[in-house]
Write a protein that binds this ligand. Sequence first.
Ligand SMILES: [Zn+2]
Length: 96
Amino acid sequence: MTKCPLCETEMTKEPREIEKGVWVAVEVCPQCKDEWIDETDHDRLVDLFKRKTFNLGGSIAVRIPKEIADALSIKEGTEVNFSIKNKNIIISKATA
Ligand SMILES: [Zn+2]
């Protein structure tokens, strides 16, 4: 168990959904109600969603991480929309 950096009370670990379908363990201080994300969990999340683009029939392709696909019920054949926002690619599920 780790102690709260502020008041040194023993913290409890709880699962927390930081984004839809993305769960990390957070440490909660019962005293000041502050939440601290586990460092290793944070690193795991960054690695988890890092993907390399590859060539597929002359197009640039990228695999959608299983965790994200599952969270949004994206399967083979699901239609998605691409858009650009602040120089980032937004992939959203097309609404039927
Ligand atoms: Zn505290």
